[in-house]
Ligand binder design. Structure first.
Ligand code: NAD
Length: 500
């Protein structure tokens, strides 16, 4: 049986004239129908969010009580982890190996973490006495107002809680726009906030197309902050839009992660790690390690191992626990990846594994790309510079550690990187990489207590980590005069004495 999901505006579930049909990318079977929002729904949601903010129940709720409600939602997600993980796998094709621990489990942990840091957060702090006036000073950290959260289809729940967790902990109101291909878990999350007693209008969810619905939301004059995860092109357009109203943005954008195997690395571990770095979440991960940099002197040995291990990856049903790589989100994305294969070969790259679409049982429906490895790649080729967003690894060679660092940093992106080798040397390389995350002898280590985000065109600001709430507050300095009045001598310094 398929379910139907409505929009969530002002605490009510709202249906629309048109619906999206959410179909499994593995089987093309209908998973759910979802109300398709339009511009008028964005206007209604922003207005509800502003109304709730002005009315003030949530922002005046003590931070500890806001945190308790967020914790309740985390518990509810945890209780439903298997069901939600399966739903996510059916909706966007990410494998259940990943959707349980990463998509749902880490999202619940992220909410718990933000609730915990909200307890210790300096919502109001007194500073030193300001001499010689004297005056007392207080810094108040207050919510910004209406926050727009726009998220993609690849890891929808985690990218959502990274935004709405700290935004709600700080007392803001939120309008969330999930991606039209994968809105189900953000809508399930809204259901849990509703059940936990979040006041109406504080969280609103409008599923709609990027253009015009997402663009209308991110450009809405009622929105005071935009938090966005998605492509660099759309991130740039949001940054431009935000100039008009001088509002804050947090951007989590694309990546082209360099994964460096040093010549003293444990090759068995590094090769498996390289496949995990690139192919997890079907390669549809912004932080994927998509450029593998190997020492030229070890090229043949490493490529042989890589291809042998890559050939053992199980491609197939995302709901099967043995599957490593599932389908691609849509026919459009699959065709985009195939076009990159054509370009790569035209530019001189060679396919060492995969390179096409699989055939046979299990692959007659859905959208599939074989786990693919390209060799003979140079860093100027488009396959090495642009984000492919699929299970596609490109292998480049380097001559020295300095050369590896140069190639790794020679990109417009700067989200993730990795280094495999003995720790001291790998750490020295890691310190030189222009990247928001660098994993040494590991990959995809994402933890609520550590920041996630990118250098350069990979983004602006950080999500998660100890400063997550800072992105969702305005700081206000209140000075309290203790001088006894304007006649005070301190003012005589700055005000014309003749006028006093
Ligand atoms: P996308 O930018 O097309 O879409 C992302 C979201 O933005 C969707 O909700 C979409 O509807 C909306 N959108 C589209 N056009 C818009 C517009 N003009 N104005 C406002 N909103 C608009 O991205 P995509 O291709 O669907 O997602 C994959 C991209 O997301 C990849 O580039 C990937 O690297 C990136 N990503 C980044 C992170 C990160 O944390 N850095 C995480 C996941 C995905």
């Amino acid at each position: 049986m398929t379910s139907h999901y409505s929009l969530y505006i002002d605490g009510k579930w709202v249906d629309t004239e048109e619906n999206y049909e959410i179909c499994s990318p593995a089987t093309e079977e209908l998973v759910a129908t979802v109300a398709k929002g339009g511009i008028s729904h964005v206007d209604a949601a922003v207005s509800a969010a502003q109304g709730a903010f002005d009315e003030g129940t949530w922002r005046r709720t003590p931070p500890a009580e806001r945190a308790a409600l967020i914790n309740t939602v985390a518990e509810r997600l945890t209780a439903r982890i298997d069901e939600l993980a399966a739903l996510q796998s059916r909706e966007n094709g990410a494998t259940v190996r990943i959707t349980g621990a990463l998509h749902v489990g880490l999202s619940a942990a992220q909410l718990q973490y933000v609730a915990a840091i909200a307890g210790d957060y300096p919502w109001e702090s007194e500073g030193p006495v300001i001499e010689p006036i004297p005056a007392a000073g207080i810094v108040v950290r207050q919510p910004i107002g209406v926050v727009a959260a726009i998220v993609p289809w690849n890891i929808p729940l985690l990218t959502t809680v990274w935004k709405i967790g700290p935004a709600l902990a700080a007392g803001n109101s939120v309008v969330l726009k999930p991606d039209e291909h994968a809105p189900l878990l953000p809508l399930e999350l809204a259901r849990e906030f509703d059940a936990a007693g979040l006041p109406p209008g504080v969280l609103n969810v409008v599923t709609g197309d990027g253009e015009p619905v997402g663009a209308h939301l991110s450009g809405h004059p009622g929105v005071r902050k935009v938090a966005f995860t998605g492509s660099t092109a759309v991130g740039k357009s949001i940054l431009r839009q935000s100039a008009d109203t001088v509002r804050g943005v947090t951007l989590e954008l694309g990546g082209k992660g360099a994964n460096i195997i040093l010549d003293d690395a444990d090759l068995d571990m590094a090769v498996d790690g390289a496949l995990f770095a690139c192919m997890a979440n079907n390669g549809e991960a912004c932080e994927a390690g998509t450029r593998l940099l190997i020492p030229a002197a070890q090229r043949d040995a490493i490529v042989t191992k890589l291809v042998a291990r890559g050939a053992t990856l199980q491609l197939g049903d995302p709901l099967a626990p043995t599957t490593h790589v599932g389908p691609i989100i849509s026919a459009h994305q699959r065709d985009r990846i195939l076009e990159y294969f054509r370009i790569a070969m035209q530019e001189g790259a060679t396919v060492a594994l995969g390179g096409g679409t699989p055939t046979g049982p299990g692959f007659d429906k859905g959208y599939w790309i074989e786990p693919t490895i390209f060799v003979d790649v140079t860093n100027d080729m488009r396959i090495a510079r642009e984000e492919v967003f699929g299970p596609v690894l490109v292998v480049l060679t380097y001559e020295s550690d300095a050369d590896a660092i140069r190639i790794a940093n020679d990109t417009n992106y700067g989200l993730s990187a990795g280094v495999w080798g003995t720790e001291e040397r790998a750490l020295a390389v890691a310190r030189e990489l222009d990247s928001g995350m660098v994993w040494v002898n590991n990959w995809h280590v994402i933890h609520p207590a550590y920041p996630f985000g990118g250098f350069k065109e990979s983004g602006l600001g950080r999500e998660g980590g100890p400063h997550a709430i800072d992105e969702y507050v305005e700081e206000k300095f209140i000075s309290l005069d203790r001088s006894g009045g304007i006649e005070n001598k301190a003012f005589a310094i700055v005000i014309d004495p003749a006028a006093t």
